[in-house]
Write a protein that binds this ligand. Structure first.
Ligand code: MD3
Ligand code: FE
Length: 232
């Protein structure tokens, strides 16, 4: 295991971690983080955090989640991992994605098609996310963009196979990391968060926002479940 040292860089200057992984330390200054967090709080009033559970076992994940945008990622015992248009508990459509997020996506990824889903993960002390790949999307050509807000976290990056060696990177509040191309299907996870390392959130802990394309641009994605099939 090898630790990649974070270099405090110029805002919005990518640090290439490996092919397809662009890391932007301090991409958002304090003011931008506060403004974004206020918009996320508005989203959470309409679409409260829920506790996702694992397919089959029904075991709870340790993070709580919500979404904004056209589609949201959800998981439960019977339905498994999937994207759907509505909140699993309130049944209402996800709130729109704040324009600030869409702007950051175009600015940092250079990808012309708009993101469809923004998954909001909340980690409290002791929450983690085991090593996994994001493969519930049909559009694997599109990038994924992740924004960290709140306490620092140890982020683990592996290879395309689970058994390949991993390295870790400490993510700080305001950091953005974009994955695409050869890195789109790499294994990754959050080992732990470091409580008390940020004062952005009154309640402590860490929010992560992950922006994604789900369906392929301009296709009706016939392989998709009915709920995610049309690309509006
Ligand atoms: C690398 N979330 O929600 S974001 C997830 O901090 C997830 O909450 C973590 O992994 C979090 O699925 C990590 C960074 C991230 C997101 C997607 C990736 C890294 C990725 C997709 C491919 C490779
Ligand atoms: Fe992931």
């Amino acid at each position: 295991m090898n630790t990649i040292r974070k270099e405090r860089g110029t805002p919005r200057t990518p640090v290439k971690q490996r092919p397809g992984v662009n890391y932007y330390p301090d991409a958002l200054d304090q003011g931008e983080q506060k403004a974004l967090m206020a918009e996320i709080r508005d989203v959470l009033r309409l679409a409260p955090l829920f506790a996702p559970t694992m397919p089959r076992s029904g075991k709870p994940l340790s993070v709580r989640m919500s979404n904004c945008g056209q589609l949201g990622w959800v998981s439960d015992k019977d339905g498994g991992y999937r994207y759907q248009r509505h909140h699993p508990e309130t049944g209402t459509d996800w709130p729109p994605m704040p324009r600030r997020l869409v702007g950051l996506w175009h600015e940092l990824t250079g990808y012309e098609t708009a993101p469809q889903a923004c998954l909001i993960n909340y980690y409290s002390e002791g929450s983690r996310m085991g090593l996994h790949r994001d493969d519930d999307e049909q559009d694997l050509d599109a990038p994924i963009m992740s924004i960290s807000l709140g306490d620092n976290a140890w982020f683990r990056l592996g290879g395309l196979a689970r058994k390949q060696p991993t390295s870790r990177l400490m993510l700080h509040s305001g950091d953005i990391i974009c994955m695409q191309g050869p890195a789109r299907l790499i294994y990754h996870g959050i080992d732990r968060i470091l409580p008390g390392t940020s004062n952005l959130l009154e309640e402590g802990g860490r929010f992560n926002l992950t922006l994604r394309r789900v369906t392929r641009p301009g296709t009706s994605a016939p392989a998709a479940p009915a709920d995610t099939a049309d690309d509006k």
